[in-house]
Design a protein around this ligand. Structure first.
Ligand SMILES: CC(C)NC(=O)[C@H]1CCC[C@H]1Nc1nc(Nc2ccc(C(=O)N(C)C3CCN(C)CC3)cc2)ncc1C(F)(F)F
Length: 263
């Protein structure tokens, strides 16, 4: 019989294997640190989640799904989840370190992006979404706060806490900004309130608008935002080029009238 192929012993990861560096900031449910894996000097981001906090917020299933989905994704514009481990009190996610940090901070600082920069980001987002949707994963929470930038300024979609396998219907009420939700999630017509990958395309249109204008198209009080989304009541300022304005309309129209053609 063929000799047993030398299987590398994959040792269980534990905290002692990492040298903890500076805090990178606070996520929704935990702190994130720059870390270096001692043996090979591998740089990563270590997200530390407190089990009790997750239990109290009833988000364990969401975190489990985030780990399950994100660890199986391999794309240059999707933040890698390399591994995870836990001790009695905490869960540790070993994530890719995004060298240029949080996109929304760059957007606030720049107020709005010049069109070439916005175009580069939207093209990378479209590539990442095409990869996700081919695997029937819907992100469902595309917004600037969930996007990081890699060392070369490339887009890294992160935070799959709200992602699901399509088609899906929503179980838990969404408690974030309404700005990015599409009409079918704002006022579901049918009672099954199921929806598919196209919700990410609507959000891509909203993201394009926010990159170019500096604020979300339907931003308002929750009640008015809901009404403006349902009516598609959006005005694009004059300083946005006609081509860019055309793209914003096309992305939201595209998803409403075209079957999501798998290329
Ligand atoms: C998508 C999700 C919703 N967001 C998050 O998770 C956030 C919450 C906390 C940090 C971030 N999570 C990550 N951040 C990085 N890189 C990073 C972050 C911040 C800076 C930065 O600007 N400073 C340190 C600055 C340096 C200057 N001082 C003044 C302020 C902080 C530089 C690099 N890589 C991976 C992650 C990840 F995702 F793997 F955890």
């Amino acid at each position: 019989p063929a000799a047993l192929i030398e299987q590398p012993i994959v040792k269980a990861l534990h905290l002692g294997m990492f040298e903890i560096g500076k805090p990178l900031g606070k996520g929704k449910f935990g702190r994130v640190y720059l870390a270096r894996e001692r043996k090979h000097g591998f740089i990563c981001a270590l997200k530390v989640l407190n089990k009790n906090e997750l239990r109290q917020a009833r988000v364990e299933k969401q975190v489990r799904r985030e780990v399950e989905i994100q660890s199986n994704l391999r794309h240059p514009n999707i933040l890698k989840l390399y591994s995870h481990f836990h001790d009695s009190r905490r869960i540790f996610l070993v994530l890719e370190f995004a060298g240029q940090g949080e996109l929304y901070k760059h957007l606030r600082k720049a107020r709005r992006f010049p069109e070439p920069r916005a175009a580069k980001y939207i093209a990378q987002m479209a590539e990442a979404l095409r990869y996700l949707h081919r695997k029937h994963v819907i992100h469902r929470d595309i917004k600037p706060e969930n996007i990081l930038l890699g060392i070369h300024g490339e887009i890294k979609i992160s935070d799959f806490g709200w992602s699901v396998h399509a088609p899906s219907n929503r179980r838990k009420t969404y408690c974030g900004t309404l700005d990015y939700l599409p009409p079918e999630m704002i006022c579901p017509k049918t009672d099954d309130d199921s929806y598919d990958e196209k919700v990410d395309l609507w959000a891509l249109g909203v993201l394009t608008y926010e990159f170019l204008v500096g604020e979300a198209p339907f931003e308002d009080s929750p009640v008015l935002t809901t009404r403006r989304i349902a009516r598609g009541d959006m005005t694009v300022p004059a300083f946005v080029s006609t081509e860019a304005k055309d793209l914003i309309h096309k992305v939201s129209d595209f998803r409403l009238f075209q079957p999501y053609a798998e290329q």
